[in-house]
Design a protein around this ligand. Structure first.
Ligand SMILES: [Zn+2]
Ligand SMILES: [Zn+2]
Length: 396
């Protein structure tokens, strides 16, 4: 492991910051204390600090030399609505909220990188340290892009990372193309005709319709999608009926769709609509479909994946970099930044063995041993993307 000396010297401080953030989790767009903590630290490190971007977003700006190149490094600030059961000394002090996705670690690693780069001054150009709100569910990255992130802070590429407990500590995984899935939701409302359950011939049963829809939706991936393409259709809620002997008037189904390729996403949405309307007609009732695209797929661009791979390899060695991980159908709102800019998103190993709780588990706690690895990766990557020109160095 090739830790940078400035990062190794910061390790104890980073653990302290991480524990402080972990103990004070804040959820989507309410990350006020966390945002203030980050802004204070960045100012103390000597960065120019911009706050209040998409609510609680913060951007730290670090310039060096005369170069006009710029890169962005991104972390997320938010926690989840989970009651923590980790039992650690720095467990959540905010009832019902918890850093169960390790964003406390992400924020800390990016702060560590800012501190080290400000000390080292070993780059030419501008590094933007982006701390976004509301990664979980609410699309804070999309809001930052809408708020003019890339116009206010022009950059050639943007990079992201997520701690990954399934991957052992000391390993990094990345790939060109999709690494995380697109996340859509749907709601189907079926309206039949309520009736006495003993006299079904007098009604139109939306419950029977729902049963057929649930079955038929599973034919989309099995029978419409190319066998080598990936998609998921999951019905996760069925609401209808109040008692034993009444056929209800209405049934509501809800669920989620995951995909990597826009063509697959389009096809699934189209087929859900056709199945719902076709079966509504079969069962003589009305049905409406609301289909909403939440997060796009997280897709790494070629050149930037090469840069991320070079930084990862320099840090942990080629034997510890997985260049062909199976992508996850989980989703990530960094996808919105990758829609606007080239870039690469990686998984940072944090696993402590087979019993490591997974992300979003109430027992989860970011692995502090990964802090120095992640922070060193950021610095290695950013310095390589903003190289000090040797002619300038020689002339100085
Ligand atoms: Zn999460
Ligand atoms: Zn996360």
């Amino acid at each position: 492991m090739n830790f940078l000396p400035e990062i190794a010297a910061l390790d104890a401080d980073m653990r302290g910051w991480r524990h402080h953030i972990h103990a004070h989790p804040e959820t989507a767009f309410e990350e006020r204390e966390t945002s203030a903590f980050v802004a204070d630290k960045l100012r103390a490190f000597g960065l120019e600090v911009h706050t209040g971007i998409a609510g609680t977003g913060v951007v730290g700006v670090l310039r060096n030399g005369t170069g006009s190149d710029a890169v962005g490094l991104r972390a997320d600030l938010d926690a989840l609505h989970i009651h923590e059961k980790s039992g650690v000394a720095h467990a959540s002090r905010h009832e019902g909220k918890m850093h169960a996705c390790g964003h406390d670690g992400h924020t800390t690693m990016l702060l560590g990188a800012a501190r080290a780069m400000a000390q080292r001054r070993n780059f030419d150009g501008t590094a933007y340290f982006i701390f976004q709100p509301a990664e979980e569910n609410e699309g804070g990255a999309r809001e930052m892009v809408k708020a003019g992130l890339f116009e206010r802070f022009p950059m050639k590429a943007v990079y992201g990372m997520h701690n990954w407990p399934e991957l052992p500590l000391g390993r990094i995984a990345l790939r060109e193309g999709p690494l995380m899935g697109a996340f859509d939701i749907f709601e189907i409302v079926a309206t039949g005709r309520g009736a006495h359950a003993a006299m079904p011939h007098l009604g139109r049963d939306p419950m029977l319709f729902a049963a057929h829809v649930i079955n038929a939706l599973q034919t989309i991936v099995a029978r419409n999608i190319h066998p080598l393409e990936a998609g998921v259709v999951s019905v996760t809620q069925v609401h209808g009926g109040d008692t034993w002997n009444v056929i209800p008037q209405e049934v509501v189904l809800r669920g989620t769709v995951r995909s990597f390729e826009p063509a697959v996403q389009d096809l699934i949405e189209k087929r859900i609509g056709e199945i719902v309307q076709g079966l509504a007609s079969t069962f003589d009732m009305t049905a409406t479909l609301r289909y909403e695209r939440r997060y796009p797929a997280t897709v790494n661009t070629r050149e930037e994946t090469r840069h991320a791979l070079a930084a990862a390899t320099a840090l942990v060695g080629a034997g510890n970099v997985d260049t062909d991980p199976v992508p996850s159908m989980g989703s990530e709102d960094f996808a919105f930044m990758l829609q606007a800019k080239p870039g690469c998103y990686i998984w940072l190993g944090g696993g402590r063995g087979p019993d490591t709780p997974n992300l979003h588990n109430p027992h989860y706690d970011f692995n502090d041993e990964a802090l120095a690895i992640g922070a060193s990766y950021w610095v290695t990557l950013a310095e390589a993307q903003l190289p000090v020109r040797t002619s300038v160095r020689a002339a100085a």
